[in-house]
Design a protein around this ligand. Sequence first.
Ligand code: FAD
Ligand code: NAD
Length: 462
Amino acid sequence: MSDYDVIVVGSGPGGYVCAIRCAQLGLKTACIEGKDTLGGTCLNIGCIPSKALLHASELFEESNHNFSKLGIETGKMNVNWSKMLEYKNDIVNQNTKGIEFLFKKNKIDLINGWASIKEPGLLIVNNQKFKSKSIIIATGSEPSQLKGIKVDEKTIVSSTGALSLTKIPKKLIIVGAGVIGLELGSVYSRLGTDVTVLEYLEEITPGLDKETAKMFRRILSKQGIKFILGAGVQATKKLGDRLIVEYSLRNDKKREELDTDIILVATGRKPFTDGLNLKKVGIELNQFGQILTDENLKTNIDGIYAIGDVTSGPMLAHKAEDEGIALAEMLAGQSGHVNYDIIPSVIYTSPEVASVGKTEEQLKKENKSYNVGKFSFMGNGRAKACLSADGYAKILSDKTTDRILGGHIIGPSAGDLIHEICVAMEFGASAEDLARTCHAHPTFSEAVREAALACGDGAIHS
Ligand code: FAD
Ligand code: NAD
């Protein structure tokens, strides 16, 4: 029986980052992973493979639609799907192997197998006992299922199956206009698939700033993705070789049908706690099956902690990582902290959509008076030169103090630009502070500065 200071269960971005920081801070650390490769959902079947396919398909789209405008003449471009999947798998491999290297470098013991908690301080893996002062549950999440729809990962797929389809489908119906639906919908739409998204709510991307969501939907529609809003999907059926989706519109209960080759169910994810023995140990869950933790990420049982998708909060890799680092620091006697008010979120479509802090809807609900500074990428020389002037940067600042309360960007490199606003918010900056910071010309970041200027006396280029 081994004795550890910390054993982390799960090697996703929450678990592996936590294990590395624990080891760096001098704690004797092990990480248990049930799957053959490290990195969890994010590296194997989430962030990384989806971004690889988004990258490849975006270049294909660029070559078909923009190259000729730039004076680059090519013959007809073709997609070699199996080669594209090979590239995606290779990127996944490189990343997961990278975590193995980091574990070795930091002297973290890797235990391969599915862990079960016997009692505080004691885990069982493959009938072997492992003792540890602290146990950290970082077991992540899995796709949530829809009643009446059985995912077989062949024709009715979750994101996992959608990342490895055997061929590019002619028709794809996506249930749910959230992040997964729109990112993977973009991939296939760019590769020539006829994509229809059925969304239960009246707008796509719930929780996103409304004005931004509306503009986002218009841009995606222009790119060829079809949306049916207010459409609740109830069932699917097979008629010969046809696959049918049954749905009804919220304001008209009549059943509608659409036929397709592939259905992607992207209606959210739920925490994964199978086999952990939580009930017997007495660990409390909330109504969504998420592990309840206090402000120190501790469960109701002493010595057992939880981080990442298996707990509450946004299901994002960087949220899991930040919790992992904060918890490691707390266990090492330092004062770890996660600022849940400043967690950016990014949708990696083209254009990208990124946001942080409050939306206008939230500020209105809180009765807060605020300035809106908005700047269109049409006024940004670099965006024009790159033929990517769709979208805007929008900053919301407090009416009285001018302190930045939120930022919403739809446009080129929005996922990188948003971090300027995050850093400004961490330092309690005003929009004027950001506007008075010199920004290099010509960069996309000038649009963010102009949005900050627009919170005050006005942008220059609009
Ligand atoms: P996970 O990454 O789910 O890892 C949990 C690990 O625990 C798994 O490896 C699992 O095998 C292991 N495990 C579970 N139970 C046990 C057990 N009993 N014993 C041993 N091991 C166990 N987020 C972003 O921020 N950006 C993105 O671009 C992004 N894209 C995504 C795209 C897709 C298609 C999907 C599905 C998700 C995406 N996400 C993205 C979300 C992101 O993947 C998750 O938020 C993140 O992986 C959560 O990390 P985690 O460490 O909590 O759990
Ligand atoms: P989501 O919660 O973002 O979106 C699900 C959508 O499905 C919602 O709009 C919901 O209204 C709709 N829906 C639910 N039931 C329906 C029904 N019966 N009929 C029609 N529509 C229905 O979930 P997701 O897109 O599956 O993503 C899961 C998680 O993965 C998210 O929490 C997200 O944070 C994470 N993720 C993040 C990224 C990123 O950061 N770029 C990328 C992919 C996934």
